[in-house]
Unconditional design. Structure first.
Length: 326
């Protein structure tokens, strides 16, 4: 008999899927690392489990403890699954720009959810960063995960996602393209791929309102770059320690409108029912067309599932209200 001992053992070993229609204008082979096949329907399951197991090993997370994290939803889901299986309480702190579906899904797996305003500075007591830290100080036997600066985040992708991409492409991967938020995925995968072939190019997808692209190009943290944006799961108004800018070859920025429109296009033209960051990733990939040749094998990672966005990017009334479609 072939079965997993629990749901956590099904994390990883996600498929690579060729893109066809949306990438027809590109000369290269484009393969999607399709992370929705993880049990929590996102790439974040990988690093959530790694962070929990490393915290257990070091004694930071103790039996019967409470896991606390600020999340855009997907890391919270991965942590919640680990909490259920391993017997911890889960508190998720989420910003009010995230979809209602994400909040409902977190509650469905037993998490306590605190919703905080988006349009405040990270150091503001009301921000989801500050709220998560405060709760971890107030609640006994709790552990604040801090996915942005927790080295186990990038470590998870160095140990699993990177090796999978290398093996699945038989070492032929030439470019890795992915949306950047906490930085764990791009840094962990990028480090592994460049160790095996220094010529592999690593491109980050950023959003307008985020600091990454300008900081990477100039070394300047420009607060004038920061403003509220709609795209979920990528971009930051801080510089997470998990973002290794030395591994990243460049960034391209994608508008909120393009990210939303291409999220719909992935579903309607490729049959890929994916989240908002996937729309940003595929549009960013198309913007990088000049960097690809017919010999290249480009892997783009798609983070999460479309079910988290049915009230937003997959709702035409919402899309019209936002001015994204006629």
């Amino acid at each position: 008999m072939d079965y997993a001992e629990n749901i956590l053992e099904t994390i990883g070993q996600t498929p690579l899927v060729k893109l066809n229609k949306l990438t027809a204008e590109l000369p290269c082979l484009v393969l999607a690392k399709y992370e929705t096949f993880n049990p929590g329907n996102s790439v974040k399951d990988r690093m959530a489990l790694q962070m929990v197991e490393d915290a257990e090993a070091t004694g930071i997370l103790k039996p019967g403890g409470t896991i606390i994290e600020g999340t855009s939803g997907n890391t919270g889901m991965g942590l919640a699954l680990a909490a259920v299986v391993k017997g911890y309480k889960m508190i998720c702190v989420i910003s009010d720009k995230q979809s209602k579906e994400k909040i409902d899904i977190l509650k469905a797996v037993g998490s306590e959810v605190h919703v905080c305003p988006t349009d405040v500075a990270p150091e503001d007591p009301l921000s989801y960063y500050s709220t998560a830290k405060r709760l971890s100080q107030e609640i006994p036997n709790s552990w604040y995960v801090n996915q942005y600066d927790n080295p186990s985040n990038a470590k998870a992708h160095y140990l699993s996602t990177g090796p999978e991409i290398w093996e699945q492409t038989d070492g032929k991967v030439t470019h890795f393209v992915v949306g950047v938020g906490t930085g764990g995925t791009i840094s962990g995968v990028g480090k592994y791929l460049k160790e095996h072939n220094p010529d592999v190019k690593v491109w980050g997808i950023d959003t307008y309102g985020s600091v990454f692209k300008k900081y990477h190009e100039t070394g300047i943290f420009d607060e004038n770059e920061i403003y509220p944006y709609v795209t979920e799961g990528i971009g930051e108004d801080i510089l997470p320690e998990n973002v290794d800018f030395d591994i990243i070859d460049g960034f391209t920025k994608v508008t909120d409108k393009d990210a939303a429109v291409y999220t719909q296009k992935l579903a309607k033209e490729e049959g890929m029912f994916l989240g908002n960051s996937a729309g940003a990733a595929i549009k960013g990939l198309l913007q990088l067309k000049a960097h690809f040749t017919k010999e290249d094998v480009v892997v783009v990672l798609f983070h999460d599932h479309g079910s988290r966005y049915v009230g937003k990017m997959f709702n035409d009334d919402w899309m019209k209200k936002m001015g994204y479609i006629e």
